[in-house]
Design a protein around this ligand. Structure first.
Ligand code: DMJ
Length: 549
């Protein structure tokens, strides 16, 4: 039927429908902030923290945003660069993509660079922790070098020169024992290495196995094989003196005696002191293409699935528990927030940085049941870690949870809203840690499933609402840790960890970048991105695996 102007009713209906029809994904985008808006918000959170630190704590290693307190870490009070060096590459990434604050980011990069060049002096006559200084300072300098070069901002030479100076000082720690396993600390001036003062002198197993990416990249940049050889030496005694693959199924107790290479405790976990041992097996393979490390990682993941994996009640959330009495003891359902990096690690090991859609087309993935199982578990662990935020009263996860395995005596423990986990009174703090948003970022870029951006936006909002100080005044607003994220209102504590700027806000930011190619880059354990190294250059410099099992 036609009306007076000759247009059929059906055509009118079609025109109206076309005007009002909006695809489902556009509705979704309208309801929640778009990616650009989220990036702006995260840049603002970063800058509010940064401006406050610049004004009240500039140059100091340790900063308390509530009371504006600051001090340096080494005895003697010389700065190590803790907050500035750890943050430079986040400044660079935000500078590169910012539409609102580009010139401010550029100015802050210049300012940090001048401080690093003119003030920071690693000739410090005091003990520093080898692991922390390597992942934060050496890692931060190397990634600042890389991004300065890639994004054409700043003077890359400043970062490389400082990295070489620091690397040379830290490298002396590897000469302290016959095994090649370094003592935990070193005096940066004298080169004297110092055993751990506690735990009978044992080193944390994760600490001396989380130095390899940094020194291998330094070897690649300088052509100096010694860095490579020193960090590689720790593995042979660790694997051989403990019969690690057979007796322990690739899983490591959390302490090792550096003089013998023998394990010093029975506790096996993917949380503190164990975590990044597993991380650097995979990441060495991804960075340097050394297949031995993928094989060792594979063995460890199979060990983890066999001995540590379980599901909570009532929601069947996957978690990685602990064996306090070794592999043959009982499984404890306790899990540190630190373990939440495992979602991202399993996912990137599964697809090697390709999107899951692309990986499914490749034989290395489609023919491997193990990689498919890793991918499924990556989704499961990331979901569990998101639930640790979602089921908490503040929307922020505590430092440690105990999952509900049906046998928990819960006297005085807080129970999560759905009941999947409990929190002990001393574990209620939140240090603004990165691991969950890290996994969410990996899962988003590898799957393009929009739910991960939704989760990230929720968590960013919870950080914004709970960890801000002077929240209503954007000129004074800054962010700090919480001593209790469970009891409402949450309680703040006067401390901003450098990984808030180096990791948590960086991973949240990358989550909302539209393009991020994870086949080109490997993050060290402190979220400092290194480029995947060129195989031909590695071969030409004889930078290859120098040991076997
Ligand atoms: C960071 O310093 C590193 O990620 C380290 O490997 C473990 N934990 C903190 C952040 O939680």
């Amino acid at each position: 039927m036609k009306n007076s102007v000759g247009i059929s009713i059906a055509t009118i209906v079609a025109i109206i429908a076309a005007i009002y029809y909006v695809p489902w994904y556009e509705h979704f985008e309208r309801k929640s902030p778009g990616a650009g808006e989220m990036r702006d918000r995260i840049e603002s959170m970063f800058l509010e923290s940064w401006r406050d630190y610049s004004k009240h704590g500039w140059g100091y290693d340790v900063y308390g945003p509530i009371e504006h307190t600051s001090h340096n870490m080494p005895r003697g009070n010389q700065p190590l660069g803790w907050i500035i060096v750890d943050s430079v590459d986040t400044l660079m990434l935000m500078y590169n993509s910012s539409t609102r604050y580009k010139s401010e980011f550029e100015a802050e990069i210049q300012r940090s660079e001048h401080w690093i060049n003119d003030v920071l002096d690693f000739d410090i006559d005091a003990e520093v922790n080898v692991f922390e200084t390597t992942i934060r300072m050496l890692g931060g300098l190397l990634s600042a070098y890389h991004l300065s070069d890639l994004l054409e901002v700043g003077n890359k030479t400043v970062y490389l020169n400082k990295a070489i100076d620091l690397g040379d000082r830290l490298a002396l720690a590897f000469l302290s024992t016959q095994t090649g396993i370094p003592y935990s600390s070193i005096n940066l001036h004298s080169g004297q290495a110092v055993k751990n003062h506690a735990d009978g002198g044992a080193s944390s197993t994760a600490e001396f196995t989380t130095l390899q990416m940094e020194f291998k990249y330094l070897a690649y940049l300088t052509g100096n094989r010694t860095y490579w050889e020193l960090v590689e030496r720790v593995y042979e005694p660790l694997y051989k003196n403990n019969d690690l693959l057979n007796t322990y199924d690739g899983l490591v107790p959390i302490y090792t005696f550096p003089d013998t290479g023998k394990f010093g405790a029975s506790t096996i976990r993917f949380g503190s002191r164990g975590d990044s041992f597993y991380e650097y097996l995979l990441k060495q393979y991804l960075l340097t293409h050394e297949t031995l490390y993928y094989d060792l990682y594979r063995k460890s993941m199979e060990g983890m699935k066999k001995h540590l994996l379980a599901q909570s009640k009532p929601s069947s959330l996957w978690y990685i528990g602990e064996r306090e009495q070794g592999l043959h003891g009982q499984l404890s359902p306790k899990m540190d927030h630190l373990v939440c990096f495992m979602g991202g690690l399993l996912a990137s090991g599964s697809t090697e940085g390709l999107s899951i859609h692309e990986a499914r087309r490749r034989p290395f993935f489609s023919l491997s049941l193990e990689r498919k199982s890793d991918w499924d578990l990556a989704k499961g662990i990331t979901d569990t870690c998101y639930q640790m935020y979602k089921q908490s009263s503040s929307g922020l996860a505590p430092e440690i949870v105990v999952f509900n395995d049906g046998n928990i005596k819960q006297d005085g423990w807080w129970r999560s809203s759905v009941g999947d986990f409990f929190v002990k009174p001393l574990d209620r703090h939140n240090l603004q840690r990165p691991e969950t948003v890290e996994s969410i970022m990996f899962m988003y870029h590898l799957s393009h499933d929009h739910k991960y951006r939704e989760w990230g936006a929720e968590i960013a909002t919870s950080f914004f609402e709970n960890t801000c100080v002077d929240c209503n005044d954007p000129k004074l607003r800054r962010f700090t840790s919480l001593s209790d994220c469970i009891t409402l209102p949450t309680k703040k504590s006067n401390n901003m960890e450098s990984f808030w700027l180096a990791e948590t806000l960086k991973y949240l930011y990358i989550l909302f970048l539209d393009e991020f190619d994870l086949t080109k880059v490997v993050f060290n354990t402190e979220a400092h991105p290194f480029p995947v190294l060129d195989e031909e250059i590695l071969k030409s410099q004889s930078l290859t695996t120098g040991w076997s099992l």
